[in-house]
Every structure is written in C-alpha cells, then in structure tokens.
Ligand binder design. Structure first.
Ligand code: RIB
Length: 300
C-alpha cells in the first residue's frame, strides 16, 4: 500500500562551518570554509520521507523570494517532494547558522524569517486533508500546527517531532498520535526533574505512542499498555549529525503512511538516521530507500 505524507514545517538555508569546538559565551573560534546547503527541520523531513520510497510526500512551508528559496525548491524537487503547498512571502527565507565539531556534533541557531509567516493556505489545507500521516515540528508558529491537526481526516495520524521543545497547549497534546523526541526534549516535556523513563511514562498518559531517539544508541518505542521496545542502531563513524533526527522522523512517517507498524517503521528510521550521520549536510546526507534496505540487514 502506498501512503501519503504531508510534512508541515520549516525550510532554512543552512550556513555551516566546521570547528574544532563550539564557541563559548563571548568567544570567537576560527573555523573551516563556509558551506551553504538546504535544511530546515520540515524540509529535511519531507526529503527523508520522499527518499524513503513508497509514500507520496507533500511539503507545506513558507519561503522568501530569494536565492535560498531556489536552493530549497531544487532540493525538494530533486527528492520528489510535491511543493504546491509551499507559500512565498516577502521576508527572507529562514536561515540556520550551524557549527559542526570533528565528532559530528552540531550547534544550531535559527533565524526564522519566512517560517514565522507560515499559514494554512487553501493549498496547504488540501495537502493536509489528503494525507495519511501529517508530520510536524516546532520551528513554525504553533497556530499553524494546530490548524493542520484540525484539518486532518479522522483516520490520519499526527506525528509530532517536538523539536525544538516548548510548552504545548492541551489541544495539541490531544491531537498527537505519535510523539518523536530526543532524550533532552523528552525530559523537557516530562513532569520536571526526572529521567527519560519517567518522562516517557508521563507523556504516555497523554500520547498513545512515544518514540525517543537516542543517537548512537538507537531509539525507544513506547506504546501505552505495551512493553517498551529498544531499537538498536548501526555502528557508524559520525561525520555530521545535522538532520539525522529529521531523517529518522521522515522515514518513520513514510513507513507509517505505508501501513507499517511502528516498531518496524522505527527500525528503518534508525538505520536511515545512522547512515545520515556518516555524510555531510542535512538533506544531502539523507539515504535512499535502497541504501536503508541494504543496511537493515546489519541491524542486530
Ligand atoms: O535538524 C536540523 C535542522 O535544524 C537544520 O537543517 C537547520 O536548518 C535547523 O532547522
């Protein structure tokens, strides 16, 4: 079965510099050459969902009328993402300032730009209404995520990647079917002061399925009333972790839209995320379905 994914979220031009270490407060560090590449959690997740094969993917986002917008559209089209629900606004396309250390760890600051103007236009609402899975993150106004949640069909799953984490209204919590968070975000959204297990237990009271990404350790899939399942990762040499979490979310959403159950979907997503950290760039690092399939055999 082929599903349909609507990804609603940010699109940024990523300005990336390799550094020996991230600068501290008030500090300047010298880095390598500047790289300029397509990014943004929403656009990255749309590219990942489309490259996962199977599900048809549409991106709902807002771009400026500048070179950065063209770079993003080229990448989205190259991956096969439909862009009829991408709006153009009279402010610059979002920009992310990223430093990457030799162990692949990144540090990111985002200037929202056009992302802050994202609205659920009729084209965007139509994209959402036609989806089997709506995948959203939190780099765009909460109101638009809420509007997308309300515009879904009853059978459509809402997968929320709560990144960057922030307090969420009850109306959104009530709508989420699958929550994807990393360990920090899980604790941020938990009851306060606890560990990841405590946070997950707390979150399961509101959301039926919580998936926690844990980098090199893989992911946890927690479903209300069922034992927590640990999905291990591949052993890889990290080069750049930028977009690895987005790769996970996009592949998970694509597999869910195709009717795959959540643990099997998470296995493919973990493998895709692990392959993504072995390559530079957010969208350029996202593997194809064939690469994920070949690597799945290496998963314990
Ligand atoms: O998750 C990685 C992404 O976060 C980057 O591509 C950057 O644009 C920010 O949105």
């Amino acid at each position: 079965m082929t599903g349909r994914v609507a990804v609603i979220g940010s699109a940024n031009v990523d300005l990336v510099v390799d550094v020996d270490r991230h600068p501290g407060p008030g500090e300047t560090v010298l880095g390598g050459d500047l790289r300029r590449s397509p990014g943004g959690k929403g656009a990255n997740q749309a590219v990942a969902a489309a490259r996962a094969g199977g599900a048809a993917t549409v991106f709902v986002g807002a771009l400026g009328r500048d070179d950065a917008a063209e770079l993003l559209l080229e990448s989205l089209h190259g991956a096969g993402v439909a862009t009829e629900a991408v709006g153009r606004v009279d402010v610059p396309t979002g920009t992310a300032l990223i430093t990457v250390t030799p162990d692949g760890e990144n540090s990111i600051v985002v200037a929202a730009g056009a992302n802050a103007r994202l609205a659920l236009t009729p084209a965007a609402a139509a994209a959402v209404a036609g989806a089997d899975v709506v995948l959203a993150q939190l780099e765009v106004p909460l109101e638009v995520v809420l509007a997308a949640a309300a515009a879904r069909r009853a059978a459509c799953l809402l997968v929320l990647n709560a990144a960057p984490s922030r307090p969420l209204p009850d109306e959104l919590w009530d709508a989420v079917d699958v929550l994807v968070v990393n360990e920090h975000e899980a604790i941020d959204l938990g009851p306060g002061g606890g560990d990841v297990d405590t946070a997950v237990e707390h979150l399961l009271a509101t959301v039926p399925t919580v998936v926690v990404t844990m980098g090199a350790l893989g992911a946890l899939v927690a479903r209300r009333g069922l034992p927590v399942v640990h999905v291990p990762s591949l052993d890889v040499d990290p080069v750049d972790s930028t977009g690895a979490g987005d790769t996970f979310c996009g592949v998970l959403a694509a597999r869910l839209a195709d009717g795959v159950e959540v643990v099997a979907a998470a296995r493919a997503a973990v493998v895709a995320g692990a392959l993504a950290v072995t390559r530079r760039g957010a969208q350029s690092g996202i593997p194809t379905a064939a690469e994920v399939l070949a690597a799945l055999g290496r998963l314990a």
